[in-house]
Design a protein around this ligand. Structure first.
Ligand code: NAP
Length: 320
């Protein structure tokens, strides 16, 4: 095991890598455990690695590809001395200081790393349908973020999957651009709040496809439609949409913190209002792992900056 570090950052999306830039520039020599390559959004770089054009990250007037943006974040953090390891934290022990982090075998007697402060930036994942070619089509007609991608579907016919507030909110937002938005819901009753239901039902561009589920994505390199099955009749029909927005919920990547850091019922970490402090002294949470509301790259980056400053001040106070 190496010496006790000032700070370990777990996660490497916009939040984790912004925290890395700031803590590195504050001479805290951060260690970033960036995760391991996978096909889901809990991989190095996070959710932006699964997107194509990013047009709403300030500073890039022509837009930038998600993976390129994340590579820039990473290069910037490394330039100031952040040590970035392509490994996944498998266990943490936040019950005693200094805090311990395991990589690899979680049953190993000795932790892999220890640090005085921990910044948790493990992000969240959009729940997906789990159909063939899903990951390949994300950014090519398939999206989990209307705010990010709605603009690309001006005058297109598109669909949204889900029956909760997110699905209805996304459908309403998308109706500003699309010529028609079909909400595909697996039941004949919505989960969303009454006000959102009324808004969607009164929107002339929104239609509902009840008791239905998407069973196949059509189109080779870009989405060209979906096959939808009626769950009551088993009938299968094709819906010729060029965009499909999946809004069936999100899941924060917080498994390894269960029982150690306060969480909301939905698994998101709790931070003190207006700060990134968790209920564990010296443990900070930044980005989507503690944000079930905004979920944007730029808000995650801002939160990463806050976490770095909070950690820096906290470490300073330990020496007083
Ligand atoms: P949610 O409330 O959990 O709704 C998820 C929806 O997706 C449900 O309708 C569910 O169907 C459906 N679904 C789940 N898994 C599915 C699958 N595998 N295939 C097809 N459909 C599936 O999630 P959410 O809409 O993201 O909202 C999360 C929380 O944020 C909620 O508390 C919500 O009120 C809140 N929120 C609030 C606002 C707002 O107030 N402006 C906006 C967004 C979110 P069933 O209904 O059949 O289970």
């Amino acid at each position: 095991m190496s010496d006790v570090r000032d700070v370990i950052i777990i996660g490497s999306g916009p939040a984790g890598l912004t925290a890395a830039v700031y803590t590195a520039r504050a001479n805290l020599s951060p260690l970033v455990l960036e995760g391991e390559p996978s096909s889901t959004s809990d991989q190095p770089g996070g959710q932006l690695m699964l997107t194509t054009d990013v047009e709403n990250f300030p500073g890039f007037p022509e837009g930038i590809m998600g993976p390129e943006l994340m590579m820039n974040f990473r290069t910037q953090a490394a330039r100031f001395g952040a040590e970035i390891q392509t490994v996944k934290a498998s266990k943490v022990d936040l019950s005693a200081k200094p805090y311990s982090v395991w990589v690899g075998d979680p049953d190993a007697a000795e932790p892999t790393h220890q640090a005085h402060a921990i910044i948790i930036a493990t992000g969240a994942q959009s729940l997906m349908l789990g159909l063939d070619r899903e990951n390949d089509l994300v950014g090519h007609g398939l999206s989990t973020c209307a705010t990010c991608d709605g603009f690309f579907f001006r005058d297109h016919e598109i669909a949204v999957v889900g029956g909760g507030d997110s699905a209805l909110e996304e459908a309403h937002f998308l109706s500003r651009f699309a010529s028609k938005v079909t909400i595909i819901h697996r039941r004949d009753e919505l989960r969303a709040s009454k006000i959102m239901q009324d808004r969607a039902r009164n929107n002339p561009k929104i239609e509902f496809l009840w008791d239905s589920t998407v069973v196949e994505y059509l189109g080779e390199h870009r989405l060209a439609g979906v096959k939808v099955q009626n769950l009551k009749t088993d009938e299968i029909a094709e819906l010729p949409v060029t965009g499909l927005f999946i809004a069936i919920g999100h899941q924060p990547n917080t498994d390894i913190f269960k029982g150690q850091v306060a969480m909301k019922e939905n698994g998101y970490l709790v931070t003190e209002p207006g700060s990134t402090h968790t209920d564990v002294d010296g443990v900070f949470a930044v980005g989507d792992v503690q944000d079930d509301l905004y979920r944007q790259a730029v808000t995650a980056a801002g939160s990463g900056c806050q976490g770095a400053l909070d950690a820096e001040r906290w470490l300073e106070a330990q020496h007083d």
